[in-house]
Design a binder for this molecule. Structure first.
Ligand SMILES: Cc1cc2nc3c(=O)[nH]c(=O)nc-3n(C[C@H](O)[C@H](O)[C@H](O)COP(=O)(O)OP(=O)(O)OC[C@H]3O[C@@H](n4cnc5c(N)ncnc54)[C@H](O)[C@@H]3O)c2cc1C
Length: 502
């Protein structure tokens, strides 16, 4: 095969969207996408594919320029999806039509007594953001939400309706993106990249597991959580924040009871401490429901669904959303790893090594943001003056010192709040006369020890800490902290001292 102008490594939502957008903007460009057809542990096939912007807002969204930039990206994606869907419907034939049929409008965000303090803050932040930005929204009576039938002790206290936010079926979207890419002349290569190939001073292609080489003018790294392994061999230590694996479990189920209708809209909780919002998503084209998702964050990959978190997800959805689902039938159990940079912000655009461009690190809303990220990267790849890369995405330049939203002191106290909330959600039950103070004291001791090991000035997002660093359960877990400390030292040597939160 001849050399490609652009070789995309990774056949998930990001890689395929970038490929489609590059050819859409410049049809003469020769684009190849390489990835394994089964996509083991990829994020996209396991995703709920909620198209949520305001639904993802947290108490941190307004606190830092980079967090505001990420929110702006998600807002633009909310506006971009109708055209993006039309484009896929027009280009992807029957797969595009199936995607349109899977599109659901409307999200109800539920805030209940079972959620912790952090989820409460996030719910208020989301409502305030919707009001501040003129986004159509309404607080509605929980009793009027069709398909919501929680256990009586798990009824929501407040429900926010976001009418423009919905979802599509992620698995159908991948089929449609592949069909659109083929139709537009993108070359799809089944295979796994072993390593990047470099010339005198640039990346010139990729070598596959079978030893063959795919030469290219520019290589786009869109291999999800596996991207760090490839980048680390060609970039200096500490240059780019490493990707953690945010393993999420999700299920496809059918309802078997007909006494009450199932939901026709997305039902979700706010993002909660240490995890993502729990959600129930109807898939109208199949009659199934998607249940998601857990978020177990580790520095090395894990290989499949974890029993404990899967159990707590299934129980939470039946108790808080739809108790009839307890009689449902599981059609499929899925798991995939969200690509989470250590500082939790995306890695988008070129780096100092010519020929290498990043398209990853999107954490929990990369599917939603994919059309805008694809446009940004297409502009960067095509280097055309009328398609300038988006300046709002500048904070996500991959080669950066880790972005710090919190001061070290704030990080410690927020980690305590997040951890105590998580323990509550996972079943911690104290005697009625005891508040959480003893638990908070235990967590504080552990977090302070942990920060001592990490060294001066280190800050990690609170959701990264529990359980891997606070309650290590394997030798790999105990090595994880040393790996993070080593990266932070290397980042400091490479970039200089971290800037304080802005
Ligand atoms: C359970 C779950 C629920 C989620 N829900 C939502 C949601 O509701 N809304 C939302 O917007 N986002 C959601 N996300 C996040 C979203 O899925 C991701 O941000 C996004 O899909 C990432 O896409 P990607 O293409 O970067 O990565 P991936 O989907 O992981 O794709 C990477 C691809 O690269 C391939 N690859 C890996 N290594 C190599 C290699 N060496 N050579 C070649 N190819 C390779 C993989 O096989 C894979 O196909 C969810 C994620 C999970 C796990």
């Amino acid at each position: 095969m001849g050399s490609a102008d652009v070789l995309v490594i990774g056949n998930g939502a990001l890689g395929l969207s970038v490929a489609v957008e590059v050819v859409r903007q410049a049809p003469e460009t020769r684009v190849t996408v390489v990835g394994p057809p089964q996509r083991p542990m990829a994020a996209t096939p396991a995703a709920g594919a909620m198209l949520n912007c305001f639904g993802e807002v947290t108490r941190y969204t307004a606190r830092h320029p980079a967090a505001r930039a990420r929110f702006a990206l998600a807002r633009r994606a909310l506006d971009a999806w109708p055209n993006w869907l039309d484009m896929l419907v027009d280009t992807a034939g029957s797969a595009g039509k199936a995607l349109r049929d899977s599109h659901v409008e409307g999200t109800f965000v539920l805030y209940g007594g079972r959620s912790g303090l952090v989820a409460g803050d996030n719910f208020r932040a989301m409502r305030d953001a919707a009001a501040a930005h003129g986004e159509p929204h309404a607080l509605v009576d929980p009793g009027t939400v069709e398909g919501l039938s929680p256990r009586c002790d798990a009824r929501p206290l407040q429900v926010l309706h976001l009418e423009r936010e919905g979802c599509v079926d992620a698995r159908t979207a991948l089929t449609a993106l592949e069909a659109a890419a083929r139709q537009m002349g993108v070359h799809l290569v089944p295979g796994t990249v072993r390593d990047l190939v470099t010339g005198a001073s640039s990346v010139t292609g990729a070598r596959l597991e079978d030893g063959s080489v795919l030469p290219a003018g520019t290589v786009v790294l869109a291999a999800g959580a596996a991207s760090s392994r490839l980048a680390d061999t060609v970039l200096p230590p500490g240059a780019v924040p490493p990707l953690l694996h945010g393993t999420g479990v999700s299920l496809l189920v059918t309802r078997t009871t007909t006494s009450l209708p199932g939901t026709r809209h997305v039902l979700r909780t706010p993002n909660r401490a240490a995890t993502c919002g729990m959600h129930l998503v109807p898939l109208p084209q199949t009659g199934q429901y998607y249940i998601g998702a857990t978020n177990l964050i580790t520095t090395t990959p894990i290989t499949g669904p974890e029993l404990g978190s899967t159990h707590s997800l299934m129980r939470g959805v039946c108790e808080q959303f739809d108790h009839d689902l307890a009689f449902g039938r599981i059609q499929r159990l899925m798991s995939g790893a969200r690509p989470i940079p250590l500082d939790c912000f995306p890695l988008l655009g070129p780096c100092s090594l010519p020929g290498l461009v990043f398209a990853t690190g999107t954490y929990r809303d990369g599917f939603h943001c994919s059309p805008v990220i694809a446009r940004h990267l297409a502009a960067a790849l095509l280097c055309a003056s009328d398609r300038d890369p988006d300046p709002d995405l500048a904070p996500f330049t991959p080669e950066r010192r880790p972005i710090q939203v919190l001061t070290p002191q704030e990080a410690i106290s927020d980690t305590i709040e997040h951890t105590v909330d998580t323990l509550g959600e996972q079943g911690m039950n104290l005697p009625f006369w005891l508040d959480c103070t003893p638990v908070e004291q235990w967590v504080r001791r552990r977090v302070e020890e942990l920060y001592e090991e990490l060294g001066d000035g280190a800050v990690l997002a609170p959701e990264l800490i529990y359980p891997q660093f606070l309650a290590p359960r394997s030798t790999d877990d105990t090595r994880a902290l040393a790996r993070v400390a080593e990266y932070l030292r290397a980042a400091q040597a490479h970039h200089g001292t971290a800037s304080p939160p802005g």
